[in-house]
Design a protein around this ligand. Structure first.
Ligand code: SAM
Length: 192
């Protein structure tokens, strides 16, 4: 079996996929460690509940969450692109990597996780997606969350990529990271 231990390999795979399918990847570069650190800080609400990461890509957010002290076995990374999912499985053997669609979380995540998730951290290119797909993904996320759970999303525009009113959500801006290509703003969405 091929070993993917080189973190640069993740970046190379990411860039190759970005060239082939720019709309699905939705980024010109993996997230910076500064963006990862901000998301990780808001993802860790306790020291035990599962955290779901959508669109793992080359693993930059996963790496940042582990570096911030989140135990790898608590992290469930969902990635649609098979080559990137295979890379993530080998690069993060203790993380739960699921090859599948973020719009089908209740179906693809282990049943013991469903209803117990307090934070979903998303690297998905929501802005590139049709409104119907965006809606399916958000419903899928709130379906697996515990009461009081939140969806965290970064955007490359200072504006929210999700219309909170359409989905009955409350949004909050958590911060903007200029040390990222391009600069990114992190949003938190909750549903009462
Ligand atoms: C912008 S990249 C984010 C990569 C990484 N999280 C980061 O921040 O550097 C978006 C990732 O989402 C994945 N993706 C797109 N649509 C998806 C879906 N419906 N379900 C799961 N993953 C998806 C893409 O294949 C890609 O790897």
């Amino acid at each position: 079996m091929q070993a993917y231990t080189d973190t640069n390999l993740g970046t190379k795979l990411f860039l190759l996929r970005a060239l082939r399918n720019p709309r699905q990847l939705g980024a010109v570069a993996p997230s910076s460690r500064h963006l990862g650190a901000l998301l990780a800080r808001h993802a860790a609400v306790d020291d035990h509940s599962p955290i779901v990461e959508l669109g793992g890509g080359s693993g930059s957010l996963t790496r940042a969450m582990i570096k911030s002290g989140i135990a790898p076995h608590r992290i469930y990374v969902v990635e649609l692109e098979p080559t990137l999912a295979a890379y993530l499985k080998t690069a993060f053997p203790q993380v739960n990597v699921v090859h599948g669609n973020a719009a089908e979380l209740a179906k693809i995540l282990p049943s013991e996780v469903v209803g117990k998730v307090h934070r979903v951290v998303s690297g998905l290119p929501m802005i590139n997606m049709p409104e119907a797909v965006r809606g399916q993904i958000l419903e899928s996320c709130f379906e697996i969350m515990a009461k009081g759970g939140a969806y965290l999303q970064y955007t490359y525009s200072p504006r929210s990529s999700i219309n909170d009113k359409t989905y009955g959500l409350t949004k909050k801006r958590l911060g903007t990271i200029f040390l990222n290509i391009p600069p990114a703003t992190v949003w938190q969405y909750t549903r009462e």
